[in-house]
Write a protein that binds this ligand. Structure first.
Ligand SMILES: NC(=O)c1ccc[n+]([C@@H]2O[C@H](COP(=O)([O-])OP(=O)(O)OC[C@H]3O[C@@H](n4cnc5c(N)ncnc54)[C@H](OP(=O)(O)O)[C@@H]3O)[C@@H](O)[C@H]2O)c1
Length: 335
């Protein structure tokens, strides 16, 4: 499976030389149940993580996305460990591009150079291809943060710079600041999926296209909702945390509102002999040409095997438009 299931080819991230598969592996799920945000997911063991990483990379993904805050380095370490194992197995997929993030809250930009060696250590000395500012909230200005990030590029500690959860204005400011160092902002990682289209309403998508900055879509499956599994079996919802239910619109009104979209996904899934989640991911990485790449997370091997299959077919313009229309009806504010 040299090329796995990726029939969509590689795409350039922003104005960089990074050529990425349209889907990368989201690694928040590898936080080992620890740290500030790591308890959101259950604690996956090393074997489960290795299976997920192996299947994702063999299936055609060529990059992974992690963060300092995912278990305070535990997710980065888990990836490094899995990739070491793949190297030992002689896998041709053991060297994916690596994206990680600096956590800015309650910190100043001084911590960017102060913590980079710890990031590199957690990643087992692997190159950081994309280093992202995780949130726009810190004690420092965007200008100071970009100065510190540019310093890391000059020092050869990271290859490219991205941001996450930045508004259109904040993103354009980061881009402008980097220009004085002869660098570009190449990506903004934000929540984006068929049930959350805020970035098309607040000017972010438009600005990203204008500036040639890629959008990295997180929660691309709306944390599982777009696979249809909660519509099919609402009893599963009761097992989720309150915060996840609220974030994903998992109540009776939310399920009713998204049902027509789930039905449209089901109709297309049948046509292509794929799953609903694969259709939802395929829409996300094709509707805006090459502007959007996405990073589905997986907590089970079968999720990983299924998610890579979203790169194995191409919806037609009519099908993309149908999902677009049905999606807008599903994201309308509830009355
Ligand atoms: N920059 C940021 O602020 C930010 C924020 C959030 C996420 N992220 C990144 O984006 C990645 C993905 O986002 P996310 O994890 O929030 O949402 P997601 O990718 O939409 O959902 C992942 C969850 O959906 C379920 N799932 C995945 N594939 C499935 C399949 N094929 N069939 C059935 N269920 C499936 C699993 O839930 P169960 O585990 O419950 O089975 C999985 O843990 C994260 O790993 C992280 O790297 C970044």
């Amino acid at each position: 499976m040299e090329h796995g299931q990726n029939r969509l080819g590689l795409r350039r991230l922003g104005q960089s030389e990074l050529m990425l598969s349209p889907l990368g592996l989201g690694c928040w799920q590898f936080s080992r149940g620890s740290g500030l945000v790591g308890r959101y997911w259950s604690n996956l063991d090393e074997g489960a993580i290795l299976d997920i990483v192996r299947a994702s990379l063999a299936g055609g993904m060529n990059w992974v996305d992690t963060a300092e805050v995912y278990g305070g380095g535990k997710s980065e370490e888990a990836i490094a460990h899995a990739l070491d194992k793949l190297r030992q197995e002689g896998s041709p997929h053991a060297e994916p591009a690596v994206a990680t993030k600096w956590w800015p809250m309650m910190r100043t930009a001084k911590s960017i150079p102060a913590t980079i060696d710890e990031r590199l250590r957690c990643l087992g000395g692997r190159q950081i291809d994309l280093y992202q500012i995780h949130q726009p909230y810190s004690f420092s200005s965007v200008a100071s943060e970009m100065k510190a990030m540019a310093g890391l590029v000059k020092a050869g500690k990271i290859r490219y710079i991205g941001v996450s959860n930045f508004s259109a204005k904040q993103m354009a400011e980061a881009h402008r600041q980097l220009a004085q160092y002869g660098l570009k902002l190449i990506s903004n990682q934000v929540k984006y999926n068929l049930l959350n289209r805020r970035i098309e309403q607040n000017g972010l998508m438009e600005t990203a296209k204008e500036l040639d900055i890629s959008i990295i879509a997180y929660s691309p499956l709306q944390q599982g909702v777009l696979t249809g599994r909660f519509h099919k079996d609402p009893a599963q919802i009761g097992k989720l945390s309150r915060i996840r239910r609220m974030q994903s619109g998992l109540d009776t009104a939310g399920l009713n509102q998204s049902r027509p979209l789930i039905e449209a996904l089901g109709m297309l899934a049948e046509r292509y002999r794929v799953t609903l989640g694969q259709v939802a991911l395929n829409w996300l990485i094709t509707y805006h040409g090459e502007t959007v790449v996405a990073i589905p997370g997986a907590s089970k091997l079968r999720h990983a095997e299924e998610n890579v299959g979203a790169m194995s077919f191409k919806l037609t313009p009519d099908e993309l438009a149908l999902l677009n229309d049905t999606s807008w009806a599903a994201v309308k504010p509830r009355t």
